[in-house]
Design a protein around this ligand. Structure first.
Ligand code: ATR
Length: 275
């Protein structure tokens, strides 16, 4: 049961302990002067609908949703933005006119904004995405719309194939096949496999990486994974996902309050403080 109901914005997930979202939203609240009482709530698996309904019945006005509940949030929403419909995954909910719950997905625009900030992406970039889970579902449409060509490499081939079938109407997207890519280097590699599963080194052949290949890890722990160390044998252009986290939060904040907060200084603060 939700014990406290004096907050009106929340993050729901499991686990949630190390989330930076409350700090980011408190920063946005101070910066814009918009009162925005944001709390993170760890909810038991299987109880998403109950907890989130209770929250919106009480003072809840908006919520962020993280793993593993983004698909449930997609089903929970009464209406969906176009990008949430395409992703079939929701990371932001908003109570609209006290009548219905709108579901949005700001992960993709969050990632794209950070890749542009870092100068990691160009219109025709050749991109390799590692993973084919919920996180990838949210980022494919914005990257394809930007003009990138995408290859997906995943432990379970059928999960990558499903995504390709779903998204190939939006641009050039294929399952990774090294025979198709002889002598080609990727411009950008994005690690979207789950945080605890980065032991998957040797997943890609170093011949596909040049010293100009950018590597973006959507996770944002400071510890360098085996995969990152492996990629760094060829390229040193690396970023973790802290900027993506800030930009997706800024876009959620915009959905809730119609004001887009400044992002640069909070990215700098968090970059220096992650563990
Ligand atoms: P998220 O919502 O964070 O994307 P997810 O939907 O569980 O979480 O997806 C996790 C991704 O990491 C999947 O692509 C998964 O591969 P499978 O489709 O084969 O399950 C990938 N992954 C998990 N453990 C992995 C491992 N040990 N090696 C390689 N990939 C792994």
């Amino acid at each position: 049961m939700l014990k406290c109901n004096n907050f009106n914005y929340a993050l729901f997930g499991n686990p949630i302990d190390h989330s930076k979202s409350p700090e980011i939203h408190s920063f946005f609240s101070n910066q814009t002067g918009i009162f925005h009482n944001y709390k993170s709530i760890n909810i038991p698996l299987g109880e998403f609908f109950y907890y989130v309904s209770e929250f919106f019945k009480k003072n809840g006005k908006g919520a962020n949703i993280t793993a593993p509940f983004k698909q449930e949030a997609y089903l929970f929403a009464d209406q969906l933005t176009e990008r949430a419909k395409i992703a079939q995954s929701v990371n932001t909910l908003k109570k609209v006119d006290n009548k219905y719950i709108l579901g949005d997905n700001t992960d993709g625009i969050g990632l794209l904004s950070d890749l542009i900030r870092l100068n990691f992406i160009k219109k025709k970039s050749l991109v390799l995405i590692l993973g084919a889970g919920g996180a990838v579902r949210g980022i494919l449409y914005p990257l394809l719309s930007f003009g990138c060509s995408i290859f997906i490499l995943n432990r379970t081939l059928s999960n990558a194939e499903k995504l390709v079938l779903q998204f190939n109407k939006y641009g050039i997207i294929n399952v990774f096949n090294k025979n198709l890519l002889k002598k080609k280097h990727f411009d950008l590699i994005i690690n979207a496999t789950s945080k605890h599963d980065q032991s998957n080194k040797n997943i890609i052949d170093l011949s596909l990486i040049s010293n100009k290949t950018c590597f973006y890890d959507m996770n944002y722990t400071k510890s360098i994974s085996c995969l990152n160390t492996y990629v760094k044998k060829k390229s040193n252009i690396f970023s973790n996902g802290i900027g993506m986290l800030v930009f997706q939060a800024a876009n959620s904040f915009f959905l809730w309050h119609n004001i887009y907060p400044k992002t640069d200084s909070i990215i700098d603060i968090l970059k220096d403080n992650i563990k």
